[in-house]
Design a protein around this ligand. Structure first.
Ligand SMILES: Nc1ncnc2c1ncn2[C@@H]1O[C@H](COP(=O)(O)OP(=O)(O)OP(=O)(O)O)[C@@H](O)[C@H]1O
Ligand SMILES: [Mg+2]
Length: 502
């Protein structure tokens, strides 16, 4: 068996006196895809940030090709061949694809400092072609889709002759149908001998792509599993230290009055869509990238312009294009991109949780801090937010725990209709089942819930009814009793109105 290219021994790290890595051993070999899993806050990203020189470790060593190394910053790690693609991308949106790939590389300047654009574009084109990416290297990065941006990140890593490529939740931002394309590129790199570290919460992907999997729990090594059929169950129980008995709790309940009625609504990305949700009902809204599911939510929420149609909350019509009208009517919307729309990372958990609902905590113009404290404790407890305390800055929470703070913020308003857009993206398996349990509980308490998701098992696991969209239209609607995955996939890739399929 070949020697590991990259290895860590006994890595330790504390933040403000709290030890988050307690002696981590880790390794990856040439041509191997090593999974790295663990619950939210287990320390995965921190370990990778230490390896690449973004954080310094308090103890332990990093070995690269058998020699101890310390990188003062990530660009030095990249120079020797260790590249990382972070949970949040690091591209310059105002620069072109080619410029991003070769950013801070001197080989494209002649001795007068003039950039050899022809060579740069040519090289960029060649790398992207090898990756099977059909991209114009002159396009500005901000015009690219998430998947295309990810390809640029991968191209950037490959251009530096990566021997190790670390991918921190690469599929979290991708729609389901694009994950396979990304896998294709990852396997190609593996065949070239690149050692790959693959971090993900999606066990299906871990099972499919990894050769071995390292499990972390609470900052400690839990073990390494050689992957083969059925092994993923071992991985899950090592991760959470318990069995998940009821992954998708789904109570039988009766529905009440209609809480949301959308009639023939059109707008950007949406054509004459109608939908009803009753109190106590969970409706799953499923679609592939660009299907219009997010446009639907944004138009209902008044975040995006409605050109036609009507929206009613209970009996009352909701004013067009006004988020305030939607919110005060009783509609809450949890967006998919927590950094952009959900939370303010510089503020703490308490501030983020109550900020959309301060009036509820006021008495004669004075904020009742005790009441706030107790309510936030309740959210932290219910959602199992892993933190040092309510006053922890959200920036310092792990990715999945940030997502839970977004949920807490909207639940705090006691809405009558809750729209969740990809609520479990980046959330670990244990916390996922907590979120499903919470959805079930809220529905039993009488909330109407619209859950937008691109994960079929999740849609089928939680919903009472499933609505499928494709190209801005509803292409299928099913009571969730024994419908197969294939039915949803088919509806998601068909045209509305029985037109010819592509
Ligand atoms: N810059 C920081 N300052 C303080 N604490 C931090 C910082 N970065 C991470 N932490 C803490 O370290 C712990 C591990 O976080 P890390 O981001 O490594 O988790 P993770 O395993 O990547 O989780 P996720 O799956 O949610 O992304 C968490 O408790 C987190 O709050
Ligand atoms: Mg992480």
């Amino acid at each position: 068996m070949s020697e590991p290219v990259l290895q860590t021994k006994g890595i330790e790290k504390s933040f403000f006196g709290v030890q988050v890595l307690k002696g981590i051993d880790f390794e990856v070999r040439r041509g191997e895809i090593m999974g790295l899993v663990g619950e939210n806050g287990a320390g995965k990203s921190t370990l990778m940030k230490i390896i690449t020189g973004l954080y310094t470790n308090d103890g332990g060593t990093i070995l690269f090709e058998g020699n101890p190394v310390v990188f003062p910053d990530p660009s030095k790690a990249r120079d020797v061949g260790i590249s990382i693609i972070h949970q949040e991308f690091n591209l310059f949106s105002q620069l072109s694809v080619a410029e991003n790939i070769f950013l801070d590389r001197k080989d494209y300047r002649n001795r007068y400092g003039i950039v050899d654009w022809k060579k740069m574009y040519g090289d960029a084109e060649r790398i992207l072609r090898e990756l099977g990416a059909d991209l114009d290297v002159r396009t500005l990065v901000r015009q690219l889709s998430v998947r295309e941006q990810q390809l640029v990140e991968i191209a950037k890593a490959v251009s530096a002759n990566a021997k190790v490529l670390i991918m921190d939740e690469p599929s979290a931002a991708l729609p389901d149908n694009e994950v396979q394309k990304m896998f294709h590129v990852v396997r190609m790199l593996k065949d070239r001998g690149v050692a790959i570290v693959y971090i993900s919460h999606r066990m299906k992907e871990i099972e499919e792509i990894c050769d071995r999997v390292s499990v972390l729990r609470d900052g400690r090594n839990e073990g390494v599993v050689e992957m083969s059929k059925g092994k993923v169950d071992d991985v899950i129980s090592m991760m959470i230290g318990r069995e998940i008995s009821d992954y998708y709790p789904h109570s039988r309940r009766s529905f009440g009055q209609v809480v949301l009625r959308v009639e023939g609504v059109s707008g950007q990305g949406l054509e004459e869509t109608s939908l009803e949700i009753k109190s106590g009902e969970v409706v799953g809204l499923y679609g592939l990238a660009g299907s219009g599911t997010t446009d639907f939510a944004e138009i209902v929420m008044g975040l995006s312009r409605r050109s036609a149609g009507k929206v009613f909350y209970k009996e009352a019509e909701v004013k067009r294009d006004s988020i305030k009208a939607a919110m005060s009517a009783g509609i809450a919307y949890v967006p998919p991109d927590r950094r952009k729309e959900g939370i303010i990372v510089m503020m703490d958990i308490t501030q983020n949780t109550v900020m959309a609902n301060l009036r509820a905590y006021e008495k004669a113009g004075v904020l009742q801090n005790k009441k706030i404290y107790e309510k936030v404790e309740e959210h932290v407890e219910n959602l199992q937010i892993k933190c040092a305390g309510q006053s922890q800055q959200v920036l310092r929470l792990s990715g999945g725990n940030q997502q839970k703070v977004v949920l807490a913020k909207w639940l705090d308003r006691n809405p009558g209709l809750l729209i969740l857009n990809e609520p479990t993206r980046g959330v670990d398996v244990g916390a996922k089942s907590e979120i499903y349990r919470m959805i079930d509980k809220l529905a039993n308490e009488g909330l109407g819930i619209l859950m937008i998701s691109s994960e079929v098992p999740e849609v089928l696991g939680v919903s009472d009814r499933v609505v499928v969209m494709c190209r801005g239209r509803v292409t299928g609607e099913y009571v969730n009793e024994g419908i197969g995955q294939d039915v949803l996939l088919k509806a998601a890739s068909s045209n509305a109105g029985g037109e010819e399929n592509e």
